[in-house]
Design a protein around this ligand. Structure first.
Ligand code: PEP
Ligand code: MN
Length: 596
């Protein structure tokens, strides 16, 4: 069987990750075209955005331990493991031709490699180690510099690739050292050849879970494994950001999540845990670790050309019959729910967020006073429009970039992350540089090119429901953003057009539980634009929280009767303060399926 697979790895030619891809796919009779990208995150986003068929990330090293970033990226992006590979990391010291060991004053190496070669480096008393992003880069830089006093720690094949000479072999402190890598594919829409790979007899499952800091929680969680005779092959913890007393655990189990005993144990852990993310089940590595090239420097025969970007391999998600139409936004694709991180604020995951601010930024005094007032009341983010989608071309159109700068200034002064609307593609990049979250307004919910542009930005996005958009259309619009590789999306119900004239729009509160069931994305409610009348906003705020929204977007103005846009719905500081206080007494919907 032969088929072309494009696979991404972090680094440039000669990196261990590249060798792993070649060995893993080679062993399965698959041709692989390897493409180097600058960061681990870009490996994940290339997969989530379907710009690569496969990828690889290191997950653990026998000396240094867990590469947590990999677990975190797999929890964040739509990429899943399909296989595990162990590779012995046999580091060589490579220098330019003619150099000798005694010439060496600087050694370029990946930080992990520096840790693995501590004794060897200490023996080079004249030389200091310089961290470098990747072993391939280290070798390439040495070759480019042509300086005999600079050497690199890299695998053997890098010598031939960059025409370097080996100054020392087997530099790791322990010759048995190895790294574990995960071979990855996009969670959805992987090429058939990867979907059709037969699972091997030995499977493993990786997970990330969080536990409350209370007596017995870990013992009870692990007890479920014991009860099902499921072997735990790895467990590591760290404090949970923003919840210092809770702990995040990174764990690997023997077996597939679909095995009855593993599934039962995972259900048990889910009951004990605040959150549980199953990163996936994959083929365990079989046999001895792979070797990174031969004894000498002749193992580079398969090295391919590194590129810094990859072309999309698929333009549309091809859903199998009966599968969700929105593979990326569907709740099944991330049952535990998405939690966005916007500045220091988390949206989703059980916390109720309140975003307050004026419809439009009108002046420094106005936005500064509003920022301080909403913060004092308990809001955690600041809104303010600078590009306004007004019905009449003669109405105030917003302050434009000057307004954005004032919003950003007020955000910095108060420490509140900011959100503002983008109306055109050419505003996206500049807006993303200045505010923490991009708003897609109701009128642009189906501006598909704009959705793709905010998708490509990777910046958090609040997608508002269109004035006449069905729930299916909202989900489909969100799918556009996620399909570009940007998972940082929250939805906003802001009222829809109905026959009813008593209110500006009709707040569709039933959309909240429906969306909650259909998608893992957080759901906010904007009662201001929905009802359009100041005195009806308070009850709708309470109802939104009770029905299970993740938060509110509310318009506030220092002097509503003077507001340049939407003055009938702007709350005074006093009204806003009272509403935020009253919301404390409303319990969040107890049946919200998100537990973080
Ligand atoms: C706004 O939030 O300022 C706004 C214009 O909202 P919508 O797009 O929901 O009308
Ligand atoms: Mn408004």
């Amino acid at each position: 069987m032969s088929s072309h697979i494009t696979a991404v790895y972090q680094g440039v030619d000669g990196a261990y990750s590249q060798l792993v891809l070649q060995a893993w796919f080679g062993a399965r009779g698959l041709d692989v075209r390897t493409v180097g990208v600058p960061s681990y995150r870009e490996v994940a986003t290339s997969l989530a955005g379907l710009r690569a068929d496969a990828g690889v990330l290191p997950i653990e090293n026998a000396i240094v331990g867990t590469v947590r970033e990999t677990y975190d990226l797999l929890a964040e992006y739509d990429a899943m493991p399909i296989g595990e590979a162990l590779m012995r990391t046999d580091h060589r010291l490579l220098g330019v031709r003619g150099a000798s060991l005694s010439d060496v004053r600087e050694v370029l190496a990946h930080p992990l490699v520096i840790a693995e070669c501590g004794r060897f480096l200490a023996s080079l008393t004249q030389a200091r180690a310089i961290p470098c992003e990747d072993t391939g880069v280290a070798a390439r830089e040495v070759a480019r510099g042509g300086n005999p006093s600079i050497a690199a720690l890299a695998p053997a094949p890098a010598a031939a690739l960059y025409d370097l000479t080996e100054l020392a072999r087997h530099c790791a402190d322990d010759p048995r050292t190895f790294s574990r890598f995960l071979i990855l594919r996009p969670r959805i829409d992987a090429p058939g050849v990867l979907r059709d790979l037969q699972p091997s007899a030995r499977r493993k499952t990786s997970l990330v879970f969080t536990l409350a800091d209370a007596p017995g929680t870990l013992a009870r969680a692990l007890g479920h494994l014991d009860a099902g005779k499921v072997n735990l092959s790895k467990l590591e913890s760290k404090p949970r950001l923003g919840h210092a007393s809770d702990h995040v655990f990174y764990a690997d189990l023997d077996g597939d999540a679909a095995d009855a005993s593993v599934a039962k144990a995972l259900d048990g852990i889910r009951r004990e845990a605040r959150t549980l993310t199953i990163l996936g089940s994959y083929d365990a590595h079989d046999g001895d670790p792979l070797e990174a090239g031969g004894e000498g420097a002749d193992g580079a025969a398969h090295a391919t050309t590194a590129m810094t970007y990859v072309q999309p391999i698929a333009t549309a998600a091809k859903s199998p019959k009966g599968a969700a139409q929105f593979p990326r936004v569907d709740r099944d694709s991330k049952p535990h729910g998405t939690v966005l991180q916007v500045g220091g604020v988390r949206i989703g995951g059980g916390e109720f967020v309140i975003i307050g601010g004026p419809c439009s930024v009108e002046s420094r005094e106005q936005i500064m006073a509003t920022a301080q007032a909403v913060k004092a009341a308990g809001a955690v983010m600041l809104r303010g429009g600078a590009f306004k989608p007004r019905t009449s071309p003669y109405a105030f159109q917003g302050m434009g970039w000057e307004g954005v700068a004032l919003l950003a200034e007020a955000g910095r002064a108060t420490g509140l992350p900011t959100i503002s609307e983008v109306m055109t593609i050419d505003q996206v990049e500049r807006m993303a540089a200045q505010v923490d979250m991009l708003q897609i307004g109701a009128r642009n919910m189906q501006n598909f090119d704009l959705l793709k542009a905010v998708g490509r930005s990777g910046h958090p996005v609040l997608l508002k429901r269109g004035l006449s958009a069905t729930i299916e259309e909202v989900l489909s619009a969100a799918e556009y953003i996620l399909s570009e590789g940007n998972p940082h999306v929250a939805l906003c119900e802001r009222g829809i057009r109905t026959f009813e004239q008593a209110t500006r729009n009709t707040l569709d509160l039933s959309a909240v539980p429906v969306l909650r069931e259909r998608t893992h994305l957080p759901i906010l409610v904007d009662p201001s634009h929905a009802v359009g009348v100041r005195r009806w906003i308070a009850p709708l705020c309470m109802a939104s929280k009770a029905v299970g929204a993740d938060g509110l977007l509310i318009e506030v103005h220092p002097n509503p009767s003077e507001a340049k846009s939407d003055k009938d719905q702007a709350l005074t500081f006093e009204d806003f303060t009272r509403i935020v206080a009253d919301l404390q007494r409303v319990p969040a919907a107890p049946y919200a399926p998100v537990r973080v």
